[in-house]
Design a protein around this ligand. Structure first.
Ligand SMILES: NC(=O)c1ccc[n+]([C@@H]2O[C@H](COP(=O)([O-])OP(=O)(O)OC[C@H]3O[C@@H](n4cnc5c(N)ncnc54)[C@H](OP(=O)(O)O)[C@@H]3O)[C@@H](O)[C@H]2O)c1
Length: 282
């Protein structure tokens, strides 16, 4: 029997939009107790199953765990607001794309540990990917967070922030790219006469079934291709187009590269703000 992990009490979600909401949804469906958790978001829009407030002043006892789920551009404002509530026991898990551990540590100098997590939206249905990285979390924090994130999907600890950024670009942003691919299949199915309703399901189930085959049989993608494509058959005719000059590989590579470049820009912006803050202190 697997035991359901417990979150530190209290756990705060600072920001709970698309990503924070997906994590709440995943944890709720995994049966994780959120009765002592608090969501803080300016709109106060209720989040099902979690007490929701609109200001930090209303959140109550100081948090043991903070899931920081605001946009990177909000970091400085939120760090200032959070400061009075933070203790030396707090662990911050930042979901902020591109904002590196050193930039976070500069803004939260006194907390116990800072962890970066790069999740993707399918955590909501517990089929997500969550890359984890920390410079200062001890073994017990690592174990506790590994246990907390495991019910949401594949949650590896990564050795450096370059690899964390790779997870962000491939799995985080990749969810949107796969959605585009499914939609392209849907459009092609419509071009060939299927109704939108049927084409949508055919495209979705094709991708879902292929991924599921890989996940359950552990077949490589090449093996799956071999099982579908007979010599000189219809699939091969299509693959001859898709594989020509490595066009698809190149398209994906430049797509990921563009996301990674933007991640580096965000990191540089956060770093510049850190340096500006430091120079004001001198
Ligand atoms: N979306 C993804 O697929 C994804 C993947 C990986 C990482 N991330 C990271 O996750 C973070 C959140 O992204 P998102 O897509 O969830 O953004 P989002 O949907 O815009 O949510 C942002 C949240 O921040 C809240 N907020 C704004 N100002 C605040 C403040 N001063 N104090 C507390 N909360 C505040 C907003 O409150 P209201 O709801 O009241 O407006 C909202 O709940 C980003 O840093 C992003 O890099 C996202």
């Amino acid at each position: 029997m697997t035991t359901i992990p417990q979150l530190p009490v209290p756990t705060w979600f600072v920001g709970c939009g698309n990503m924070g909401g997906a994590i709440v949804q995943g944890w709720r469906s995994a049966g994780i107790d959120l009765s002592n958790a608090v969501v803080i978001r300016p709109s106060g829009t209720p989040v099902e199953g979690v007490r929701t407030v609109s200001t930090i002043a209303d959140a109550g006892a100081s948090p043991k765990l903070i899931i920081l789920a605001v946009k990177p551009q909000r970091l400085d404002e939120v760090a200032d607001q959070l400061q009075p509530a933070l203790t030396e026991k707090a662990v911050i898990v930042s979901l902020l794309a591109g904002v590196e551990a050193d930039s976070l540590r500069h803004r939260f100098p006194n907390v116990a540990s800072i962890v970066r997590a790069m999740p993707n939206i399918p955590v909501a249905i517990r089929r997500g990917v969550i890359g984890l990285f920390s410079k200062d979390a001890d073994d017990s924090v690592r174990r506790q967070l590994a246990e907390a994130f495991a019910p949401l999907g594949f949650a590896p600890w990564l050795p450096d922030e370059v690899k964390l950024a790779a997870v962000g670009s491939v799995a985080g942003a990749g969810t949107a790219y796969v959605a585009r691919f499914i939609d392209a299949l849907r459009k092609a199915a419509e071009e060939w006469g299927l109704s939108t309703e049927i084409a949508s399901v055919v495209a979705l189930e094709t991708v879902l079934g292929t991924a599921w085959l890989g996940a359950t049989n552990r077949d490589s993608m090449d093996e799956i291709v071999r099982r579908v494509a007979s010599p000189n058959g219809t699939t091969e005719a299509g693959l001859a187009v898709l594989d020509r000059d490595g066009v698809l590989d190149q398209l994906i590579a430049v797509t990921i590269e563009a996301a990674a470049r933007r991640g580096a820009e965000l990191a540089a912006e956060a770093e510049a703000a850190t340096l500006a803050g430091a120079s004001q202190l001198h």
